[in-house]
Design a protein around this ligand. Structure first.
Ligand SMILES: NC(=O)c1ccc[n+]([C@@H]2O[C@H](COP(=O)([O-])OP(=O)(O)OC[C@H]3O[C@@H](n4cnc5c(N)ncnc54)[C@H](O)[C@@H]3O)[C@@H](O)[C@H]2O)c1
Length: 427
């Protein structure tokens, strides 16, 4: 089948490459010229395990190419951003609407349009079908529309995109059947037919459920700290109960999904979603609490180190979760930006998964070994493997603050009762 994937980002490009590997002829479309050029050179423009090889192979097979403007195809898969407006907490569907308008020009009767972007309930009709039919009344009723949410996780995208179960919700039973056929052509998981509205809501529910559960763990971390208890130990012991499964607290919640999608439900049903709203606020508040805690430990460090000049604080990790290069909505960045406003601190920011990053004030990245060599205080913000595997003694003499569990159970750190901060020792 001739398939066009609109949007070649973290989800769209893996989808395009997997479809090409499954034997389809795929044309990817992106408004970013650098992305188009990279794909046409057989290069994946972002870091994701297995993607460099897959894009190279898909391109070499002749079944994957990229263009800037949509061309005629049999099926169109929209994988476009759906951010939230931070001021109003309302979904921003402008990318989906622009992508829908761009394919309207080349659509023909009998085509299939799949919206994969995480979207509010009703979006397949309101932000996709309606946009297309306004521009192309001649194809109204002659194109099949399906909503199929993407459930893969960065860091394991290729495996999950093929092995996860998929929801395929058409606007009509015939559309659902066509969508099921398309996804069965490459999916090893179950393909579950449903309505478009169900599929839209289920995707939001999945992420809202994670958000609420993480908020519980984050709230516990504050309570345990106040009560002089190690939250990770408390959770580990509680999880021995056969029906308790508490998640781990962290620096906060980030990324393009969990920190965003619950708002799409809250926005649509504000009177009946107090729990989801408070969970969002708890998770959004966590990096500010972490910042305050770091600052108080730095004050201790100043006293104990007898420092008169600025305290050097190594901040380890900017990505929103371990072992990825994705900085979107990252709570670690919130912490670093807040700490950067403290004139008493000299920050050494480490993020091994990205090449460049800087603030408007010129704060940039430092290599891990240089940061460790200079730092008075070492703060774990994102639990990257490379930080977990620091050799024994690497934190010797440093004040250590662990916001994300990256140093948990290190025997070369003398921890306080909360397990949140301590002092590194040489073994
Ligand atoms: N990244 C994830 O972990 C993840 C997981 C599941 C679902 N999702 C959802 O998938 C969707 C896409 O997310 P992503 O992370 O791949 O986004 P992304 O920002 O990585 O990629 C989007 C791409 O679309 C391109 N684009 C924007 N407007 C365009 C247009 N009009 N025409 C063509 N290209 C256009 C951008 O240049 C970019 O390359 C979102 O709705 C997101 O919520 C993301």
């Amino acid at each position: 089948m001739q398939i066009s994937v609109i949007g070649l980002g973290y989800m769209g490009l893996p989808m395009a490459a997997i479809l090409a590997r499954a034997g389809h002829t795929v044309v990817g479309v992106d408004i970013n010229p650098a992305t188009v050029a990279a794909v046409n050179a057989g290069v994946c423009p972002f870091s994701e395990p297995g993607m460099a090889e897959l894009v190279r192979e898909a391109h070499a097979s002749g079944r994957l190419q990229a263009v800037a403007v949509p061309q005629v195809a049999d099926a169109f898969v929209l994988s476009l951003p759906t951010p939230v407006d931070h001021a109003t907490h309302r979904p921003d569907m402008t990318f989906v609407e622009a992508g829908s308008a761009s394919i309207a020009k080349v659509l023909k009767a009998g085509d299939l349009v799949v919206l994969e972007s995480t979207s509010p309930v009703g979006a397949t009709v309101a932000n996709c079908q309606a946009v297309i039919e306004r521009l192309r009344p001649d194809v109204a009723g002659k194109v099949d529309y399906v909503f199929c949410p993407e459930r893969a996780i960065p860091g394991n995208t290729l495996h999950e995109m093929v092995h996860n179960d998929r929801l395929v919700g058409g606007l009509t039973p015939a559309a659902t059947a066509r969508g099921v056929e398309l996804y069965k052509s490459f999916t090893k998981g179950e393909v579950l037919p449903c309505t478009a509205a169900e599929a839209e809501m289920v995707k939001l529910v999945e992420n809202a459920s994670r958000d609420v559960q993480i908020a519980f763990a984050n709230e516990l971390s504050l309570a345990c700290h106040q009560l002089g208890l190690d939250v990770r130990r408390v959770i580990a012991l509680a999880n021995h109960h056969p029906r308790v499964n508490i998640l781990q607290p962290g620096t906060g919640v980030g990324g393009h999904c969990i920190a965003v999608d619950p708002w799409f439900i809250i926005d649509a049903a504000p009177d009946v979603t107090p729990l989801m709203k408070v969970a969002r606020q708890v998770n959004d508040g966590k990096p500010f609490w972490v910042t305050k805690m770091i600052e108080s430990k730095v004050e201790d460090a100043v006293l104990s180190l007898g420092k008169k000049d600025k305290v050097k604080v190594a901040c380890l990790g900017l990505a929103y979760k371990p072992d990825v290069d994705d900085l979107r909505e990252s709570p670690s960045i919130t912490v670093v930006e807040k700490l950067a406003q403290n004139a008493a601190l000299d920050l050494l920011v480490v993020e091994p998964h990205v090449q460049t990053w800087h603030t408007e004030s010129g704060l940039g990245l430092v290599a891990l070994k240089d940061a460790l060599a200079q730092a008075d205080v070492v703060v774990g913000l994102t639990a990257h493997k490379v930080f977990k595997e620091l050799p024994a003694g690497a934190l010797a003499g440093k004040v250590v603050v662990d916001a994300c569990g990256v140093f948990y159970n290190r025997v070369d750190v003398t921890w306080d009762v909360s397990g949140f901060h301590g002092r590194g020792a040489s073994l």
